[in-house]
Ligand binder design. Structure first.
Ligand code: SF4
Ligand code: SF4
Length: 244
């Protein structure tokens, strides 16, 4: 852990407040190299009322992760300040659907999963960066209170499913995926509106005895759609059952 990362317990207080009154307002939305999770993309595309494909093409850049060999999507930054495409003088224009990393900052979160029970344990650290003046404010809260205040619980639940998939891929298929497997991964995890069109709507799930009412629900429920996409990737790449 770097010297600017300070471990903090889930119920241990830290001093921090983010406010428009802070001189650093919006500084954290510049000089970005911010990765986006599938759930981030679902929320942002809904906020903008566009498809996942349009969002990915217009607002993201994709590169391959060195260690995972999997695609990593980041914001396509704007101008020479490397600004987020959604920052304005008044703040974040997609605030209600901002990504998990924007909600979590100034915390970093890591997890470990018990192999036998699947139980997740969370670990937190404070990220102290010189530009962020929030630590000089008096307001106190714990990481658990911060997560609740920032409405991040659902994001963590969805993002932990992706982490589990990445871990499975790295143990089963180390290194890069072949191009067919890569297309499956991108379709089931990121381009979920196309996944809905290609897989959910073409009787694929019915052929796998998924009840019709569940299929109907997947067509309108983004969280279930993402869970289904991840399950479908596990089925296609690792031969696992389609669980619902
Ligand atoms: S206090 Fe930190 S998080 Fe808040 S606007 Fe300033 S730099 Fe960003
Ligand atoms: S999404 Fe909003 S909070 Fe996150 S970097 Fe962009 S402008 Fe800032």
């Amino acid at each position: 852990m770097s010297e600017d990362m300070i471990p903090v317990g889930a119920n241990e207080s830290f001093q921090f407040n983010c406010s428009k009154e802070n001189k650093c307002f919006n500084e954290c939305c510049r000089d970005l190299n911010q990765f986006l999770t599938p759930y981030d993309i679902l929320r942002l595309r809904k906020n903008l009322n566009i498809s996942t494909e349009e969002f990915i093409n217009k607002y993201t850049t994709t590169h391959m992760g060195d260690e995972s060999g999997l695609p990593v999507l980041t914001f396509k930054v704007v101008d020479n300040e490397l600004k987020c495409p959604f920052v304005s003088d008044e703040g974040c224009t997609v605030y209600g659907d901002r990504p998990a990393s924007c909600r979590t900052y100034p915390l970093a979160r890591a997890i470990s999963r018990n192999r036998d029970t699947g139980k997740i344990t969370e670990y937190f650290a404070l990220i102290k960066e010189p530009h962020c003046l929030g630590f000089s404010c008096e307001k106190k809260q714990t990481p658990n209170e911060w997560n609740s205040d920032q409405e991040i619980i659902k994001y963590n639940e969805m993002n932990d499913l992706l982490m589990e998939l990445i871990s499975l891929k790295n143990t089963t298929i180390p290194g890069s995926l072949d191009s067919v497997s890569m297309d499956i991964f991108i379709l089931g995890c990121y381009n979920l509106d196309r996944f809905r069109d290609n897989v959910v709507n073409d009787d694929f799930l019915a052929k796998h005895n998924i009840p019709a009412d569940v299929v109907d629900k997947i067509k309108v429920d983004d969280e279930l759609l993402l869970k289904t996409g991840i399950n479908w990737v596990k089925y296609e790449l690792f031969g696992m059952d389609l669980n619902f």
